[in-house]
Structures are given as structure tokens and as C-alpha cells.
Ligand binder design. Structure first.
Ligand SMILES: Cc1cc2nc3c(=O)[nH]c(=O)nc-3n(C[C@H](O)[C@H](O)[C@H](O)COP(=O)(O)OP(=O)(O)OC[C@H]3O[C@@H](n4cnc5c(N)ncnc54)[C@H](O)[C@@H]3O)c2cc1C
Length: 292
């Protein structure tokens, strides 16, 4: 594996700083990819040697397990963002904040909302991230993926089923490599003003000073998951090191050495209590990863 070019391998790697919950976890291999050729060659190797792999973005929408007996692949090196007139091409490993800044710097509007999403383009496409009534697929034209035969395919937005915080890419064995957006011409000053205003709102309402993975549950139609959880008296509820945020009930935070099980058990407890009190079946926005 070590002779493959365009990748960087660490054995027995800690994943604590690679997930925004800061859950202590580790993997047999951590592979940072620098080139597409490197990605294709390492995938060939892993398949030939029957080694499991998992594509990790910024780890900001997942509850990871304690140990992965396989290879975590990070597309960190594939992080270019290129603007040509009103079209932006963003590679999967680029952060959403960079995409947003680049669009605003080029006097384009439509992706201001993305500045506060601490995820990568790849993870945000797969989960159709969004905020303030905007979402990833609004301005998307197409994506490029590496398919199960390790071939690069371009897929138009219309060919991908997507809805609120969901796409059918989730069930597919594809790796998102790139996303292409077309934006409207805008005004940099106005965009910066909008970004400032929303940042202040987030700082006031979300526990951004503590490790979390954003909203735990999707909002049910015409309601807010946070309102239902708060009405169950669960703000501040803890299991081990995991706590329902006293600031925003739809956030679970790591209040100190939370384990994967602490977070999962607290999610279960919240789900059960909301179901019992309101007969509402909250749907998880975060993804619970089971590597066993
Ligand atoms: C403080 C905070 C605020 C947040 N606010 C919001 C918000 O307003 N709106 C919102 O929608 N989300 C929000 N989130 C959640 C999160 O940032 C987004 O869901 C983000 O899009 C996840 O991207 P990621 O790179 O971290 O994906 P990860 O969590 O790393 O991965 C998510 C899934 O995508 C898969 N994946 C990742 N990259 C690829 C790829 N290249 N190809 C194929 N599959 C891939 C992974 O295998 C995994 O299944 C917030 C999170 C935090 C911590």
C-alpha cells in the first residue's frame, strides 16, 4: 500500500479530531488522498485485499463508532474551487465555507448560506445540506462521481433524487468527486451583510462553543424538533459525557469525553420521550455509523 502515489497513509490513527463531536475513535488505516489517480489506485488495492473503507468528509454530520477495522479515506487533497463567470466547480474535499467565500468574492449570490456549514462539498452533496430555505441542490448543475467500477461519471442534478436533507446518493457505492454550480450575479457588500447577520443569529442560538454535529433531528413538517425536545424538559439532560444542549434542544453536545454510546443512547432517549409525549416520530438528520 505504501508504494501507491498520491496518497498518505497513517496506521492506527485517532479519529478524535476528525469528527466534530470529538468522539474518541480510531481506525486501522487513515488514508489522505492527494490525487484522483491515488484514489483510484488505493481503492483497487483495498478491493483486491478485501479491506473495508469509509469515505469521511469533515465528520460533521455523523456519530462514529469507537473502532474501524478498515480504511478511512479523506479527500483532503482534492479541494480546489474554481470560478469561471457564473459557474463554480468545487472538488469534494473543499470546505463549504471556502465555496461560499469564493462565490461572494466573485460577486456571485446564492451560496451565502453555506458559509456556516462546517462540512465538505462531498458530505454536503450526499446529505443535501441547507439552511435558511436554501439547499445544496438549488444551484447545482451536475456532479462527478467515481462509480463502483472506478470510472468517473458526470451526473446531472435531474438524475439524482433529492429532498430535505436527503439524496439517493446515500445508498449508492459512489464517491462524489466534484460539484458544479451556476449562480446569479450579486453584490459583494450585500452578501457580506447577509452573512454577518446570519452568523450573529447562529452565535446567539446555537452552542457553537461545544463539540456537536449540528441538528440531531430533522424538523417535522410545520414544527421544530427543538421545540418538542424542550417541551419534554430535556434541555441539559445528560448520559455520560453527552448532553442535550441547554442553549438549543436539537443539539447534543460533548460536554466532556462523550463516547459513541453516550451520544447514541441520548439520541434514543430523546426520540422515545418525544414519541411518548407528542406521538411524533422524529427522523434523524445525523447519521449513526456502525462499523461492526
Ligand atoms: C455547528 C454545526 C452546524 C451545522 N449546521 C448545519 C446546517 O445549518 N445545515 C445543514 O444541512 N447541516 C449542518 N450541519 C451538519 C453538517 O455540517 C452537514 O450535514 C455537512 O454537509 C456534512 O458534511 P461532512 O463533510 O462533514 O460529511 P460527513 O459527516 O463526514 O459525512 C456524511 C456522510 O457523507 C458521506 N460522504 C462524505 N464525503 C463523501 C464523498 N465525497 N462521496 C460520497 N460520500 C461522502 C460519508 O460517508 C457519510 O455517510 C452542522 C454541523 C455542525 C457541527
Amino acid at each position: 500500500m505504501n508504494e501507491i502515489k498520491g496518497i498518505n497513509i497513517t496506521e492506527n490513527a485517532s479519529l478524535k479530531n476528525l469528527n466534530t463531536y470529538k468522539i474518541a475513535s480510531s481506525a486501522k488505516y487513515l488514508i489522505r488522498v492527494e490525487t484522483i489517480e491515488g484514489l483510484i489506485n488505493i481503492l483497487k488495492y483495498l478491493k483486491e485485499h478485501n479491506i473495508k473503507y469509509f469515505i469521511l468528509g469533515a465528520g460533521s454530520n455523523i456519530v462514529i463508532d469507537e473502532y474501524f477495522d478498515g480504511a478511512i479515506i479523506k479527500l483532503d487533497g482534492l479541494n480546489k474551487v474554481a470560478v469561471k463567470e457564473q459557474t463554480i466547480t468545487a472538488w469534494a474535499g473543499a470546505m463549504m465555507g471556502i465555496l461560499s467565500c469564493e462565490s461572494v468574492n466573485h460577486n456571485l449570490t446564492g451560496l451565502e448560506w453555506a458559509i456556516n456549514i462546517p462540512g465538505t462539498i462531498g458530505g454536503s452533496i450526499v446529505g443535501n445540506a441547507g439552511a435558511y430555505n436554501k439547499e445544496m441542490f438549488d444551484d447545482l448543475i451536475s456532479i462527478k462521481v467515481l462509480d463502483e467500477n472506478l470510472e468517473i461519471k458526470e451526473i446531472k442534478k435531474e438524475e439524482i433524487k433529492h429532498s430535505y436533507r436527503h439524496t439517493d446518493l446515500k445508498g449508492k457505492p459512489w464517491i462524489v468527486l466534484e460539484a458544479i454550480f451556476k449562480l446569479e450575479k450579486g453584490n459583494k457588500e450585500q452578501s457580506l451583510e447577509l452573512i454577518k447577520e446570519r452568523k450573529e443569529r447562529r452565535l446567539a442560538s446555537q452552542p457553537l462553543d461545544m463539540p456537536s454535529a449540528g441538528s440531531v433531528f430533522r424538523n417535522p413538517e410545520n414544527d421544530h424538533a427543538g421545540r418538542l425536545i424542550e417541551a419534554c424538559g430535556l434541555k441539559g439532560k445528560t448520559i455520560g459525557g453527552a448532553m442535550v444542549s441547554p442553549k438549543h434542544a436539537n443539539f447534543i453536545v460533548n460536554a466532556g469525553n462523550a463516547t459513541s454510546n453516550d451520544v447514541k443512547n441520548l439520541i434514543k432517549l430523546v426520540h422515545t420521550q418525544v414519541k411518548e409525549k407528542f406521538n411524533v416520530d422524529l427522523v434523524l438528520e445525523q447519521e449513526i455509523i456502525d462499523w461492526k
